[in-house]
Design a protein around this ligand. Structure first.
Ligand code: XMP
Length: 520
């Protein structure tokens, strides 16, 4: 468990698809919270964690079934506010003496809740101002008898107990999901809950920065830390935070595999060296990578070669430094949340993320992961706090294998040169048109095909390039960005005029699935 110095809120996860959103909403309200699967929430755990409030998530099980998930009774004896959501509401009712019935009451999607009390309960401040409230329902069972002490504050046509409260104990429960976008005023409900629970909003990036710096100093002592800096937001923020904590005990290695975008290596290196005075090794290994990739056209083989070489090169530079005690990684909270998986029975899936897989064990290093408690947008906020320019923080994701997977077929220096230029023109166009922040990721790919064209009075026989731009939330699914034809026409003209070697431009309109975002 994390060493907590903020007022902590515990989210007990029963396996809802949207449990992470509860955490997001609370973090936005400056509340520190952690998600833990219900199996791990034992009496001992509760004593250690000492939550100031507890939220019970939704989940796919039915409390009417034998062996369905519960929380230990201690949750209700802690004397702290509890909020049950959907399955969490049903668990509360069942465990506190009410009744839940299965089936026949399924309700999915939009519903409207009306106030059934005086409407001025402090949990509902800001609600019902305009009559009914839109909420998002997703349940098969429903509560049919309230536990003693509870009253009804809101009802919907299919959920007579849509909002219930036992005000004397600060226990609240709702049948719908206030954390989702389709419950437009859901945030207010969380806001009211945390106010009632006495949170003082101590989770700010400024406070986090101070605490993280202290923790890094305690963990590292006088040890040496090495960090693989990719130039991406996560590793950059992690490196800056560690640098603030331990200064020259940190060395960063920037592995330049020769597959970066136009001017990228120089920009990253000069920013960290000149602006932050950080000890940075610029490992220009492009000859090595490109020679090993020579003649290789299979996508998986390319990825494996790059992955293996990356580790070898990083290890070589670490050894030249005389080794290190710690390896810094920009692991984020979504990578470490243990989520409840009901697919194969109640099992626990632990997602772990290793940017430089295998290295810590091979080199006998411990990990320093100062972003383990943060979501991506919190990392960006911390980056701002540390003075990283917005242009850097808001950059689209860039894959580890770089341009290799945007150059289907064999990779040559000539193709990489052409691709870099085309990509730069394309991104420049997107920025000029003010579209960069609307797009999740955009890039050009150079296709392994030459086509015939006519320029001036002459014949050309040059490469074709494909442009890709997608909207997405997490890269797992994506849709193509609907550029206007004017934009596409102008961009194609600029690329063909400004980039020697390309005479045809196409726009990729495949969503993911069935496509992937990258071409390989
Ligand atoms: P795909 O192509 O799988 O990409 O739809 C989803 C997201 O992941 C990025 N990506 C990678 N990132 N190492 C990375 O760090 C990789 O090997 C890698 N492959 C794909 C891709 O750019 C997109 O954002």
């Amino acid at each position: 468990m994390t060493q907590i110095t903020h007022q902590p809120l515990l989210i007990v996860d029963f396996g809802s698809q949207v449990t992470q959103l509860i955490a997001r909403r609370l973090r936005e309200l400056d509340v520190y919270c952690e998600i833990h699967p219900y199996q791990n929430v034992t009496a001992e755990f509760l004593t250690d964690f000492a939550p100031l409030a507890v939220i019970l998530s939704g989940g796919p099980a039915s409390v009417t079934e034998p062996d369905s998930p519960r929380v230990p009774q201690q949750v209700f004896d802690l004397g702290v506010p509890v909020l049950g959501i959907c399955y969490g509401q049903q668990v509360m009712m069942e465990q506190l003496g009410g009744r839940v019935e299965a089936g026949h009451h399924a309700e999915f999607g939009r519903a409207f809740v009306e106030s059934s009390g005086s409407g001025d309960h402090s949990l509902l401040q800001g609600w019902f101002a305009e009559g009914r409230e839109q909420v998002w329902m997703s349940h098969g069972d429903r509560v049919t008898a309230l536990a003693p002490g509870f009253e009804v504050l809101g009802t919907s046509p299919n959920a007579p107990f849509a909002i219930v409260a036992d005000t004397s104990r600060n226990f609240f429960a709702v049948q719908f999901h206030p954390e989702v976008h389709h419950t437009p005023n859901g945030r207010k409900l969380y806001q009211n809950f945390i106010r009632l629970a006495g949170f003082n909003g101590d989770w700010t990036m400024e406070a986090y920065r101070e605490q993280a710096v202290q923790q890094i100093r305690t963990q590292v002592g006088s040890g040496r830390v090495i960090c693989a800096l990719s130039g991406g937001v996560d590793s950059s923020v992690a490196a800056l935070l560690i640098h603030e904590a331990i200064g020259d005990q940190l060395t960063c290695v920037f592995v330049d595999h020769g597959l970066l975008r136009l001017n990228e290596a120089q920009e990253v290196v000069s920013m960290f060296r000149e602006h932050y005075n950080l000890h940075l090794i610029h490992a220009d290994e492009s000859d090595l990578f490109l020679s090993r990739l020579d003649g290789v056209s299979d996508p998986e083989t390319k990825r494996k070669i790059i992955g293996r070489l990356f580790i070898e090169v990083f290890e070589k530079h670490a050894k030249e430094l005389g080794g290190a005690d710690f390896l810094a990684q920009g692991t984020l909270y979504p990578d470490v949340i243990e989520s409840v998986s009901f697919s194969g029975g109640p099992s626990v899936t632990i997602k772990s993320h290793h940017n430089v897989g295998g290295l810590p064990e091979r080199m006998n290093m411990q990990l320093v992961e100062p972003l383990r408690e943060l979501f991506k947008d919190e990392v960006r906020e911390l980056g701002r706090e540390l003075g990283l320019p917005q242009s850097f923080i808001g950059r689209h994701p860039f894959p580890g294998p770089g341009l290799a997977i945007r150059c289907p077929g064999e990779i040559t220096r000539e193709k990489l040169e052409i691709l870099r230029k085309a990509d730069a023109v394309y991104i420049d166009q997107i920025r000029r048109h003010g579209l960069y922040d609307e797009i999740w990721q955009a890039f050009a790919a150079i296709l392994p095909v030459r086509t015939v064209g006519v320029m001036g009075d002459g014949r050309t026989y040059d490469f074709a390039c494909a442009l890709r731009a997608v909207t997405s939330v997490d890269g797992m699914t994506a849709d193509y960005y609907p550029f206007s034809h004017d934009f596409l026409g102008e961009t194609a003209t600029r690329i063909i005029n400004e980039v020697k070697g390309i005479n045809r431009v196409t726009y990729d309109i495949t969503s993911k699935p069935p496509g992937t975002i990258e071409w390989e």
